[in-house]
Design a binder for this molecule. Structure first.
Ligand code: BGC
Ligand code: BGC
Length: 442
C-alpha cells in the first residue's frame, strides 16, 4: 500500500470485528436449540444460490476457542457477536434453556480472558420458527416476546457484556425478509410489510427497558444506512430520492430519536398504539451504524408499485457482491446523521463495515486481499474525516472476522479478515488481518 499513514484516532476509540450467530455457529440442533426461520428458509429449494444451509457454517459453536484466539492475536478491543434466540428459547417462549445460554457464557468468559470486550446483539434475523408460525414480526405479540428473551439473556450475561445491541438492521429484515422475500421468512408483501418495522421498533423499546433493569452496560441498536445518490435531476427523481431516504435511512431512526415516523408514500405502519412511540424513543447510549454502499435512485416507471427505482451506480469500483466501493458515502452518512439529528444523536459506533471479494489461497496457502485492505483503509479514513468534522464516532467494527454463510448467497461471498476452508474448517488469516492488526496496534 502506498497510501499515507492513518492519522491517530481519539483515545478509547473501540476497534472491533463483527459476526452473527446463524452465519458462523453451525450446530443448529445442539444442546436443545430450536429451529429458526433461517433453518426453514435455507431448506426451501431455490432460496439460497448454492443450495447450502447454516447447519455447519464455520462450526464456531465447537471452534469458538480457536476463534477467540484469532481475536486475541488481532488485538481488537471488542468483538460483536449475536445470540441465537432459538438457543435461549427453543420455541420463542417460556423459561430459558440453560444449555443454550451456557455456550454464550463460555464465549463471553473466553473473550474477557483474552482482553476482548464482548458486544452482544440480541436479534440478527434468526427468529424462532414457532414465533413465525404465530405471525412473526407482523404480529404485535412478538415485540413482547423479544423483551422476555432480552431479559432472560441479560439475566445470565448482563454482568459481563460491555455493550448490548437489541436489533441488527431492522430495515433489512423488513425489506428483504418481508418486502421482497429474498431473505427469511420469505414474505413478498412490499409496503404491507410495514407492521414489521413498527413491531421490531416496539420490541427494541421494550428490550431497552428490560436490559436497563438487568445491567448498567450501554444499550444500542444497529441500523443499516445507505446514502441516496440521484441518477437524474428532475423533480420526479428528487421525490423518488426523498421517498427512498425516508424508507431506508429515516423510518427506523426518526422514531428512535423521538421524532415519530417520517412522512412518505406508504410509510404509515397503521399499527401504532398510544404509548408506542414513547417506548420506541427510550434513550439509547450508542447508535450502531452498518454501512456498505450508497444506493442509486431515480423516478419509477409509470405503474411501478414502488415510489422509486433502484439503479446501479456508475463510476465506482465494485466488490464481488457488485456493490459500489464508496467510502465518501460513509463520511457523508455520518455527517448527515449529525446534521439531521443534532443533539438527539447519541455517540455512533460503526458496527459493520466490510466487503466481499473472491479470495483464493495462493500456492503457499496465503490469501492476499489487497482490495479489502484498500476498502477498509478508505472507510477508516472516512470515519476519521467525520470525526474531524465533529461527528461523535467512538468505534469501528469490520464485517467480518471470518468468511461465513452469507444469507441468500450461501458460501459464495467471502467477507472475512480470516479465510475459512469450509471442507476442513481451516482458518487462514488474510493479508487484511495483518493490516488491521497493525492499525489497531497504532
Ligand atoms: C445492503 C446490505 C445488506 C444486503 C443484503 C444491501 O443492499 O447494503 O447491508 O446486507 O443488501 O443482501
Ligand atoms: C448484515 C450481515 C451481512 C452483511 C453483508 C449486513 O447487512 O448485518 O449479516 O453478512 O451485511 O451482506
Amino acid at each position: 500500500m502506498t497510501t499515507a499513514p492513518l492519522p491517530p484516532f481519539p483515545p478509547g476509540f473501540r476497534w472491533g470485528v463483527s459476526t452473527s450467530a446463524y452465519q458462523i455457529e453451525g450446530a443448529t440442533t445442539a444442546d436443545g436449540r430450536g429451529p429458526s426461520i433461517w433453518d426453514t428458509f435455507a431448506r426451501d429449494p431455490g432460496r439460497i444460490v448454492d443450495g447450502s444451509t447454516g447447519d455447519e457454517a464455520c462450526d464456531h459453536y465447537h471452534r469458538y476457542a480457536e476463534d477467540v484466539g484469532l481475536l486475541a492475536d488481532l488485538g481488537v478491543s471488542a468483538y460483536r457477536f449475536s445470540v441465537a434466540w432459538p438457543r435461549v428459547q427453543p420455541t420463542g417462549a417460556g423459561t430459558a434453556n440453560p444449555a443454550g445460554l451456557d455456550f454464550y457464557d463460555r464465549l463471553v468468559d473466553a473473550l474477557l480472558d483474552a482482553g476482548v470486550e464482548p458486544v452482544a446483539t440480541l436479534f440478527h434475523w434468526d427468529l424462532p420458527q414457532p414465533l413465525e408460525d404465530a405471525g412473526g414480526w407482523l404480529h404485535r405479540d412478538t415485540a413482547a416476546r423479544f423483551a422476555t428473551y432480552a431479559d432472560l439473556t441479560a439475566a445470565r450475561l448482563g454482568d459481563r457484556v460491555k455493550l448490548w445491541i437489541t436489533l441488527n438492521e431492522p430495515f433489512v429484515h423488513m425489506s428483504l425478509g418481508h418486502g421482497t422475500g429474498t431473505h427469511a421468512p420469505g414474505r413478498a408483501l412490499l409496503f404491507d410489510a410495514f407492521p414489521v418495522a413498527h413491531h421490531q421498533l416496539l420490541g427494541h423499546g421494550l428490550a431497552v427497558a428490560a436490559l436497563r433493569a438487568r445491567t448498567t452496560s450501554p444499550v444500542a441498536i444497529a441500523n443499516n444506512y445507505s446514502p441516496v445518490r440521484l441518477a437524474g435531476n428532475s423533480d420526479a427523481d428528487r421525490a423518488a430520492g426523498a421517498a427512498y431516504d425516508a424508507l431506508h435511512n429515516r423510518l427506523f431512526t426518526d422514531p428512535l430519536l423521538g421524532r415519530g415516523y417520517p412522512d412518505g408514500p406508504g410509510l404509515d405502519p397503521g399499527v401504532v398504539r398510544d404509548g408506542d412511540l414513547d417506548a420506541i424513543a427510550a434513550p439509547i447510549d450508542v447508535l450502531g451504524v452498518n454501512y456498505y454502499n450508497p444506493t442509486g435512485i431515480r423516478a419509477p416507471a409509470q405503474g411501478s408499485p414502488l415510489p422509486f427505482e433502484i439503479v446501479p451506480l456508475a463510476g465506482y469500483p465494485r466488490t464481488a457482491f457488485d456493490w459500489p466501493v464508496a467510502p465518501d458515502g460513509l463520511r457523508d452518512l455520518l455527517r448527515w446523521l449529525r446534521d439531521t439529528y443534532g443533539d438527539a444523536l447519541p455517540p455512533i459506533q460503526v458496527t459493520e463495515s466490510g466487503c466481499a471479494y473472491d479470495d483464493v489461497p495462493d500456492a503457499d496457502g496465503r490469501v492476499h486481499d489487497a482490495e479489502r485492505i484498500a476498502y477498509l483503509d478508505g472507510h477508516v479514513r472516512a470515519v476519521r474525516e467525520a470525526i474531524d468534522a465533529g461527528v461523535p464516532v467512538t468505534g469501528y467494527f469490520v464485517w467480518s472476522l471470518l468468511d461465513n454463510w452469507e444469507w441468500a448467497e450461501g458460501f459464495t461471498k467471502r467477507f472475512g479478515l480470516v479465510h475459512v476452508d469450509y471442507a476442513t474448517q481451516r482458518r487462514t488469516p488474510k493479508s487484511s488481518y495483518a493490516w488491521f492488526r497493525d492499525l489497531v496496534r497504532r
